[in-house]
Ligand binder design. Structure first.
Ligand SMILES: NC(=O)C1=CN([C@@H]2O[C@H](COP(=O)(O)OP(=O)(O)OC[C@H]3O[C@@H](n4cnc5c(N)ncnc54)[C@H](O)[C@@H]3O)[C@@H](O)[C@H]2O)C=CC1
Ligand SMILES: O=C(O)[C@H]1O[C@H](OP(=O)(O)OP(=O)(O)OC[C@H]2O[C@@H](n3ccc(=O)[nH]c3=O)[C@H](O)[C@@H]2O)[C@H](O)[C@@H](O)[C@@H]1O
Length: 441
């Protein structure tokens, strides 16, 4: 099939590469010229495991092209997939300006009947109706087109795996023919397909992300209570997860969820509910709990040291999760900002996200070239992301390198047994702190 994707970000690019790899002919359009230039050379502008080799292969096989030209992208397409960003507005609601401008461009270029316009971007319930209007307003003739919502469930860091091995594909289309064609497009992925109305498909996406965020805030609250009452969150989560009605996933306590989607989508759903006078109190609490959780390690450090002013801190991990360079809404950034506000000199390290971090943190921090640069001579060490290269570090190595070995581990990378065998004062999430009596301040 001839498929066009609008937006070459995490979702558009991964989807395009995967669709091309199962033999569709794919054009990906982005308005960002530099991005398109890189992609034409087979260079991925984002870090996503396995993406670049697969991209290069598609270019070599002539299954995929990149462009900034809407006419070239749209005039032959059977299916056009919208995958542009839908960021948060100031009030938390979803900013549909990229969707609107892409829909208008598509409308102006539609020159034949039967094209299916698919929304893969995460959009509030009712947006597909608006998209229809935006396209219709720009049509240059009486062309007929179909609409469908096909939300995306991939995770950054495992995006290709998730596309080929997802739990479900949701298709909400305005006609049976469009639904059947989209099912055919996805058939090579061999993932179960659910057909729904457009509105249900739009809601499935928000409800899924909101539910996963709720699980995370819930387990983090249990972790906070464990810290005060005793108990080990790892055992508690394990015991809960053994109940098949609860399930083991998304019960990893830590310093909260970040990323480009959970924060944005939970806020958007609260706003969407507010628009129909429904106060979504549960989700409001999930969001509040997460905001507190992101800086909870700094509170522990303040309690440990008395005052943080004039101290030196290393921060390991800047991306919102391992295996991605995405730092959007990452807990690490909140931690760094809080430390700087309290007069701490900060050195950060991440295996792939330093360039993105520099664009947000500028010269306010030092950037380690090696992870030891963020550990050596520091008074305290924060672990914000559970990159594999941090998990294989040993606490005794960390202890030797630090001035005052105090480790604040936001992702429970080390066991308490290991902490007890070292000179490190070790704080983690939902587990008792391991404090050496000689270091009590
Ligand atoms: N990042 C993720 O893991 C997931 C994201 N989503 C949703 O997918 C959508 C896209 O997210 P990302 O790929 O992360 O965004 P992104 O910000 O990485 O990429 C969006 C791309 O769209 C381009 N763009 C903006 N306006 C355009 C226009 N008018 N015409 C053509 N291109 C345009 C931008 O230049 C950018 O390259 C969002 O709605 C997001 O909520 C859904 C599931 C997973
Ligand atoms: O809509 C989206 O963009 C995507 O959002 C999430 O994917 P993603 O944000 O890439 O990453 P996750 O693995 O879900 O992690 C999100 C955040 O939650 C945190 N998390 C996750 C799981 C857990 O048990 N505990 C926990 O704190 C992670 O550290 C991370 O900061 C969803 O998992 C995807 O299904 C969805 O498509």
């Amino acid at each position: 099939m001839n498929i066009t994707i609008i937006g070459a970000g995490y979702v558009g690019l991964v989807t395009g590469v995967c669709l091309a790899s199962v033999n569709h002919d794919v054009i990906v359009l982005d308005i960002h010229e530099k991005k398109v230039d890189l992609l034409k050379q087979g260079i991925s502008p984002i870090y996503e495991p396995g993406l670049e080799p697969l991209l290069k292969q598609q270019l070599q096989d002539h299954k995929m092209t990149f462009t900034t030209d809407y006419h070239e992208a749209c005039n032959q397409a059977e299916i056009i997939i919208l995958a542009v960003g839908t960021p948060s507005k100031q009030d938390g609601s979803s900013d549909l300006s990229f969707i609107k401008s892409a829909a208008e461009e598509i409308g102006a270029q539609l020159m034949k009947n039967g094209t299916i316009i698919v929304t893969k971007s995460t959009v509030p319930v009712g947006t597909n109706k608006k998209i229809k209007g935006w396209i219709q307003n720009r049509l240059s003739g009486p062309y007929h087109f179909s609409l469908a919502s096909n939300p995306e469930f991939l995770r950054e860091g495992s995006a290709i795996h998730d596309t080929f091995d997802g739990d479900r594909i949701v298709i909400g289309a305005d006609s049976q023919a469009a639904a059947a064609k989209l099912e055919e497009m996805h058939r090579p992925f061999n993932v179960p397909v659910l057909h729904t109305s457009i509105e249900s498909a739009e809601m499935i996406k928000y409800a899924s992300n909101a539910f996963l965020a709720t699980k995370i805030s819930f387990i983090n609250e249990i972790a906070n209570i464990c810290e005060k009452l005793g108990g080990n969150i790892e055992d508690v989560a394990h015991g809960m997860g053994m109940d098949s009605r609860i399930g083991p996933h998304f019960l990893q306590a830590g310093i909260g969820y970040g990323g480009s989607c959970f924060p944005k989508d939970t806020n958007a759903l609260v706003q969407l509910a507010g628009d129909i006078d429904h106060k979504f109190e549960l989700l409001e609490s999930v969001i509040k709990v997460n905001a507190k959780q992101q800086v909870s390690l700094v509170n522990k450090a303040r309690e440990h040291f008395g005052s943080l002013s004039g101290k030196k801190a290393g921060v390991l991990g800047l991306s919102f999760k391992p295996n991605t360079d995405d730092i959007r809404e990452a807990a690490s950034i909140e931690i760094v900002k809080q430390l700087l506000a309290e007069g701490v000199a900060v050195t950060v390290y991440d295996p792939v996200a330093i360039d993105n971090a520099r664009s947000v943190l500028g010269e306010s921090v030092s950037y380690g070239e090696h992870l030891f640069d963020s550990i050596e001579d520091q008074d305290m060490l924060f672990i914000a992301t559970e990159w594999e290269e941090f998990k294989v570090l040993r606490l005794k190595t960390i202890a030797k390198l630090m001035k005052n070995p105090a480790v604040f581990d936001g992702r429970n990378c080390f066991s308490l047994e290991e902490a007890k065998e070292t000179t490190v004062d070790y704080y983690s999430v939902g587990r008792p702190a391991v404090i050496k009596s000689s270091s009590l301040i």
